[in-house]
Ligand binder design. Structure first.
Ligand code: GLN
Length: 498
């Protein structure tokens, strides 16, 4: 009665009670929230963006000494952005990412901040402008927490090719987090942020998501602008989210998508908006025979993914075996087309225009010394492979041939998607491997991409979602969707997750 008379007290009493229920029910720290849950609490006024941001910063401080997910943390700016969001919330209805702490892979440019793409050659490079996706996040009020570690120029599957040391997998710190977006995946898995962005050229969002037990989405090529993403292979690169749930991935995608006149490869298509499903009745999911015959898949991974397929079936999906004749050639095509584009894209790092310069007697020696000292072994290997494959006399035999097979792969997927709505495979053939286990054997490392590269070679959307554990390490379920049908793909993924 006494509180009833005082409106303010009444309100705080009401919130006080909810608060307790919220905490009893979800028993979570603020940094462990999904974006969806955080938004609910923010909208109700039960937590502030500052509190969530501070919880993430505390977690980074407590854990990142060991994990090394971040290359830089923007503590002051993040708290300021959080305060601004809290102030806005008092008078406005805010967008879904306003006040949400997000981490960026180190190849996404944020004006005024270091952006090194995990490379020594860009160690002191400061981004001259913000990329489209980053600008969208900032404009929508997201709190940018920092930049995350990655394999140099996104080439790798473990972060071991970063010039700044390896990131550790939060599930077992003797193991890699996957790559190249390993820093982003580890940051999400260890609750140092609510979500992160990565880039995926051959699997670099999905494979680390799989190895770290989080959700990773590569959108259809052309769905999301690449402007301001330091290019690896421009015809394959796509930016996408790493999140704690499928719904969060959908949220981030809806905020970063869209045609952009600064990236002429972005498509003029209807915006993505999620269409969730109650069950999977009428949904047809294909198991590509050639992929499932792949020999090098761990027993534990196969069991979990097969069990997931059973779950999809019991949710009402029709499971079909399908033929994808050039599945096994996708890896070969990728490891030709990608290095060719790498060799062209990375020619701009010559010691003249960006970052480091090793001055020497002649111009030629300045170029070569800069590139030898500035670029790591894996990057130089790919530049050499690409330069070779593009050179006179070899171009037709290698590059043109690969492009022809790429077309066949594309046609194969087109045929498959006439019969099914999605394709299912494991995301990666293994769970997280030990640090150092594959560093001396590039081919073994390349095989990590066997299930993921097809989606890049064909430009399809694909997602990895956790589907259990094998020997206490996360396993990822890989779903590939039809071009620009992210709504369908995410609906299936969410139904499975549920
Ligand atoms: N692991 C793959 C590679 O090394 C994928 C890289 C990527 O998607 N950026 O090329």
């Amino acid at each position: 009665l006494r509180f009833g008379r005082d409106d303010r007290c009444k309100r705080s009493l009401r919130f006080g009670r909810d608060d307790k229920i919220v905490h009893d029910r979800i028993k979570m720290k603020l940094n462990e929230l999904t974006i969806k849950k955080a938004r609910e609490l923010l909208d109700k006024g039960e937590v502030s963006s500052r509190e969530i941001t501070q919880a993430c910063l505390d977690q980074i401080r407590a854990k990142d000494g060991e994990i090394h997910a971040f290359l830089d943390v923007y503590e002051q700016e993040a708290l300021e952005a959080a305060d601004k969001s809290d102030a806005r919330r008092k008078s406005e209805v805010l967008g879904p990412l306003d006040g949400i702490p997000i981490a960026l892979k180190d190849n996404l440019m944020l004006q005024g901040k270091r952006c090194s793409a995990g490379s020594k050659i860009l160690e002191n490079y400061t981004a001259a402008y913000s990329g489209t996706v980053v600008r969208k996040l900032v404009d929508q009020g997201a709190v940018i927490l920092g930049r995350t570690n990655m394999d140099e120029f996104a080439m790798g599957s473990s972060t071991e090719h970063s010039a700044y040391g390896v990131t550790k997998n939060p599930h077992d710190t003797k193991r890699v987090p996957g790559g190249s977006s390993g820093g982003s995946a580890a940051a999400v898995a260890d609750n140092m942020c609510l979500a992160a962005l990565g880039s995926d050229t051959g699997g670099s969002i999905r494979q680390p998501a799989s190895l770290c037990g989080v959700v990773g989405l590569k959108p259809t090529y052309g769905r999301v602008s690449r402007y301001g993403l330091i290019a690896m292979a421009s015809s394959l690169d796509q930016i996408g989210p790493l999140t704690k749930s499928v719904e969060d991935a959908a949220l981030v995608l809806s905020c970063i998508q869209g045609q952009d006149h600064k990236d002429q490869t972005t498509a003029q298509v209807a915006d993505f908006s999620p269409k969730w499903k109650k069950d999977l009745k009428g949904v047809r999911i294909g198991m590509p025979r050639q992929a499932w015959e792949e020999k090098g898949v761990d027993k534990g991974v196969r069991e979990k993914v097969e069990a997931a397929v059973e779950e999809l079936k019991s949710a009402g999906a029709e499971i079909k075996e399908v033929d994808l004749p050039y599945t096994n050639e996708a890896l070969a095509v990728y490891y030709l087309v990608m290095p060719c584009e790498v060799s062209a894209n990375l020619s701009r790092f010559d010691g003249m225009r960006y970052g480091m310069r090793e001055k020497d007697l002649s111009l030629f020696e300045t170029y070569s010394k800069t590139r030898v000292n500035g670029l790591g072994a894996e990057v130089r290997r790919r530049i050499l492979l690409g330069t070779y494959a593009l050179s006179k006399g070899y171009y037709d035999a290698y590059y043109v041939q690969a492009k022809k097979v790429q077309k066949l792969i594309h046609t194969g997927y087109e045929a498959a998607f006439r019969d099914v709505d999605a394709l299912v495979t494991p995301t990666a053939p293994t769970t997280a491997f030990k640090i150092g286990e594959k560093t001396d054997d590039p081919l073994a490392m390349y095989l990590e991409d066997v299930f993921t590269v097809g989606a890049n070679v064909a430009g399809l959307p694909a997602i990895s979602i956790p589907c259990g554990e094998s020997d206490d390490l996360p396993v990822g379920l890989h779903l590939i969707g039809n071009w620009f049908k992210e709504d369908e793909l995410l609906a299936i993924a969410k139904r499975y997750e549920h």
